[in-house]
Design a protein around this ligand. Sequence first.
Ligand code: KG4
Ligand code: ZN
Length: 349
Amino acid sequence: MADTVPMPRVLGIESSCDETGVALVHIQNGVPRLLSHTLHSQVAMHQAYGGVVPELASRDHIQRVLPLVLEVLARSGQEMADLDVIAYTRGPGLAGALLVGAGVACALGYALAKPVLGVHHLEGHLLSPFLSAEAPRFPFVALLVSGGHTQLMHVRGVGHYKLLGETIDDAAGEAFDKTAKMLGLGYPGGPALARLAEQGDPRGFDLPRPLLRSGTLDFSFAGLKTAVAVQLQRLGNAPCEQARIDLAAATQAAIVDVLVSKCLRALDVTGERRLVVSGGVGANRRLREQLDQACAVRGVRVHYPELELCTDNGAMIALAAAMRLDAGRAQATFDYAFDVKPRWDLAAL
Ligand code: KG4
Ligand code: ZN
């Protein structure tokens, strides 16, 4: 490890899964500002396979990252030389995809003689509401709901994360994606299922609310897809359109009910009055409506990232790095020997 330079203009590169995101964040007097960001989604490429193909994802990131870096600089009127720190997603995620972002970030850092910093993807999600118009204040309870994770955290400050509960099997996003697949909806399933559910009756099917009354803050969503499979079996080979729509609505309602109930419990347990919701499932309209309603009654403020920053993006990576540096919780280094962490526990940060 060599010298460290805590500085404010951070370029962030996200490449952990199927989005290549690049952004520039400036932090001044503790207030982060997004100077520009850009994103390339691989959804169209993976759609033909019904899910993310890791090798294709890595190859596509390779082609996209540098042009996106140039685009972000051009949009913000900055030059390479104006960058102070280059941040990248170090994990968790697909190993090959992570290596692309890490490799490019470290090569750029070396070429420009700028320090680099690898950050945690979920910390990016968790802090992303700090880029919204009404940013939260610490401390708060955070619900992290993405394709791979469902966690409740007690957040006291940057880097002070205590795990309150998490899924013991499938993540909430995974539950959306898997049931969407069973209903014949494409990839990515979450938004497609949510769209279909808009016109359905959530009480049309009786689906379980796993671990709802377990007394813990853990989640379990694997049983839900079995319950949906049983309902589909009962409906026969070709369920009518209304049955599919109602089943989508009932699935969404079951997932949302559990998420809302556990959030309220986490607020009770910690005594906090603020809730932050982030990760791809945080874009779900029913979840937002139900949480807003339940929290308003209790005088709890709910913060979300801007809708376009709910799913993976470079802004949250630049932000997490900038906030870590600003809080003195990390050091960007001139050591360009990088590694990635496909599995990485946020609470262990
Ligand atoms: O945070 P994210 O972009 O990637 C991960 O880090 O996993 O989250 C992606 C997940 C997917 O499972 C996707 O289906 C889900 O978020 N998702 C949604 C919605 N938008 C994205 N789930 C339900 N409703 C949505 N509107
Ligand atoms: Zn994510």
